[in-house]
Design a protein around this ligand. Structure first.
Ligand code: XUL
Ligand code: CO
Length: 438
C-alpha cells in the first residue's frame, strides 16, 4: 500500500505535559476519563477534508505553495482516490475518530450531474471500505453549492429556480452519500445565501426560498431514512457582504419563523462568531441556552484581521470557555469538534498538518480538563445562583410565572423604595478564571 505521510511513521501518542516531542500529545489522552466519559467521547475530534487535504495554500494574491504526494498523478479521478487513501492514513496516524467533507472535495465535478454523481459513487465506495477497515466514522457531510460559477448569485436563494433545482439535486445526492457512509449529521452552511447589494435583491423572497429548500431537505431526509442530525452553520459575511444565516440568534429566529426549529441544530464556528462581532463563547452559550447546539467547527480568527482566517485553535481561554459551555449543555451528542482550519501559507510541509491538529487537539483537551475542574469547584455556578437569588423568593417567582401586573409592581416599588444593589465582582471572577487556567 502507498504511504502518503512517510514523515510520520507511528500513530501520534500521548507523552504528557513535559514531553518536548512536537509529534506527541501533551494533554489529549483519548481513553482518560473526565466527568464519567473519555476525552475522545467528550471531544469527538474530526478532520475536515477541504482545508486539510484540498487546501494548498493559495490565496487571492498568490498561487498554491504546498505540494502533496497524493496529487502527483495529475489525473483528477486518480487524485481523488489517492487523496481518500491519504486522508484515512492521516486520520489513523493522528488518532481522530471522525471526518467531514463537501461532495466536491472528495470527487471532481464532471460536465453533467449524472457523471458527477457517478464519480461520487466511485469514491464513496472507497471511503466506505476505508471507514470499515479503520473504524473512523463520518461526523457530517455537506454540499459545496458555492464554488461553481452557476452559484454566483446563491443556491437556494438564487434568482433562478433552475439554479435552486440544481442545488436541490446536489443536496439530495450529498445527503444520500452521507447516509450511505452512516454520517452522524449533515451541515448546511449558506455559502452564497446572502447578498452583495440590496439594489438587486428581494430579501423577503430569497429567505422564503431558503426556508422552502430546507423543508424539502427535511422531507428528503425522512424519505431516505437518514437519521443524522441536520445543522445550520451561521456566518455573518464572506463570501457575500451579508449572509442570511448571520449568527446563532438570527438563525434560531429564522428556524422558528419557518417551523424548522424541531429539525435543525446549529454548527457553531469560532471564527464565524468573531466575524459577527461576538465571541465563540457567546455563540455557544446562546445555542446551549436554547437547546440547539449540534456541533462545532473549531478554529480561530486573527483579532487584527477582519476575515475568516480559519487558523487552528490555540487559545486556552477560548477552548476552556467553549468546553465549559459544552459540558453545561450536557456534551456533544451526535456533533463533534471539527477542525475547520487551515495551515498558514508558509507552512508547506505535510508534517505541518500534524503539528496543527496536535496543537488544536491539545488546546481542546486542556480546555476540557480546566472546564471540568471549574465545574467540579462549583465556584462560578455558586456565584451566579447567588446573583439571581432574589428571583427565587416568592416575589421573584410570581413575576417569572406571570402572576403579577405592572400595577402590582408599581405598588411593590412604592412600598419598598430603592432596590438593594450588589457588586458584579467581574474582576474577582476574571482572577478566579485565571487561577484555573494554568
Ligand atoms: C466556510 C465554512 C465551511 C463550512 C462547510 O466559512 O466554514 O467550510 O464549514 O461548508
Ligand atoms: Co465551517
Amino acid at each position: 500500500m502507498k504511504v502518503f505521510f512517510p514523515e510520520v511513521k507511528e500513530p501520534i501518542r500521548y507523552e504528557g505535559p513535559d514531553s518536548k516531542n512536537p509529534l506527541a500529545f501533551k494533554h489529549y489522552q483519548a481513553n482518560r476519563k473526565i466527568l464519567g466519559k473519555t476525552m475522545a467521547e467528550h471531544l469527538r475530534f474530526a478532520v475536515c477534508y477541504w482545508h486539510t487535504f484540498k487546501g494548498l495554500g493559495s490565496d487571492m494574491f498568490g498561487a498554491p505553495t504546498m505540494v502533496r504526494r497524493y496529487n502527483a498523478s495529475g489525473d483528477p479521478m486518480r487524485i481523488a482516490e489517492d487523496t481518500m487513501h491519504a486522508a484515512f492514513e492521516f486520520f489513523t496516524k493522528l488518532g481522530v475518530r471522525f471526518w467531514c467533507f463537501h461532495d466536491r472535495d472528495i470527487a471532481p465535478e464532471a460536465d453533467t450531474l449524472a457523471e458527477t454523481n457517478r464519480r461520487l459513487d466511485q469514491i464513496v465506495k472507497i471511503a466506505k471500505r476505508l471507514q470499515r477497515e479503520t473504524g473512523v466514522r463520518l461526523l457530517w457531510g455537506t454540499t459545496n453549492a458555492f464554488s461553481h460559477p452557476r452559484f454566483m448569485a446563491g443556491a437556494a436563494t438564487n434568482p433562478s429556480p433552475h439554479v435552486f433545482a440544481y442545488a436541490a439535486a446536489q443536496v439530495k445526492k450529498a445527503m444520500e452519500i452521507t447516509h450511505e457512509l452512516r454520517g452522524q449529521g449533515y451541515v448546511f452552511w449558506g455559502g452564497r445565501e446572502g447578498y452583495d447589494t440590496l439594489l438587486h435583491t428581494d430579501m423577503r423572497r430569497e429567505t422564503e426560498h431558503l426556508a422552502r429548500f430546507l423543508h424539502m431537505a427535511v422531507e428528503h431526509r425522512r424519505q431516505i431514512g437518514f437519521r443524522g442530525q441536520l445543522h445550520i452553520e451561521p456566518k455573518p459575511k464572506e463570501p457575500t457582504k451579508h449572509q442570511f444565516d448571520f449568527d446563532a440568534q438570527s438563525v434560531h429566529a429564522f428556524l422558528i419563523r419557518h417551523r424548522l426549529d424541531g429539525d435543525f441544530k446549529l454548527n457553531i464556528e469560532a471564527n464565524h462568531a468573531t466575524l459577527a462581532g461576538h465571541t465563540f463563547n457567546h455563540e455557544l452559550e446562546y445555542a446551549v441556552a436554547h437547546g440547539i447546539l449540534g456541533s462545532i467547527d473549531a478554529n480561530r480568527g486573527d483579532p487584527l484581521l477582519g476575515w475568516d482566517t480559519d487558523q487552528f485553535p490555540t487559545d486556552l481561554y477560548d477552548t476552556t470557555l467553549a468546553m465549559l459551555a459544552v459540558l453545561r449543555g450536557g456534551g456533544l451528542k451526535t456533533g463533534g469538534l471539527n477542525f475547520d482550519a487551515k495551515l498558514r501559507r508558509q507552512s508547506i510541509d505535510p508534517v505541518d498538518l500534524f503539528h496543527a491538529h496536535i496543537g488544536g487537539m491539545d488546546a481542546f483537551a486542556r480546555g476540557l480538563k480546566i472546564a471540568a475542574k471549574i465545574l467540579r469547584s462549583g465556584k462560578f455556578e455558586k456565584f451566579k445562583s447567588k446573583r439571581y437569588a432574589e428571583w427565587d423568593t416568592p416575589f421573584g417567582r410570581k413575576i417569572e410565572r406571570g402572576q403579577v401586573t405592572f400595577e402590582d409592581l408599581e405598588r411593590h416599588t412604592l412600598a419598598h423604595g430603592e432596590p438593594r444593589q450588589q457588586s458584579g465582582r467581574q474582576e474577582m471572577l476574571e482572577n478566579m478564571l485565571n487561577e484555573f487556567i494554568r
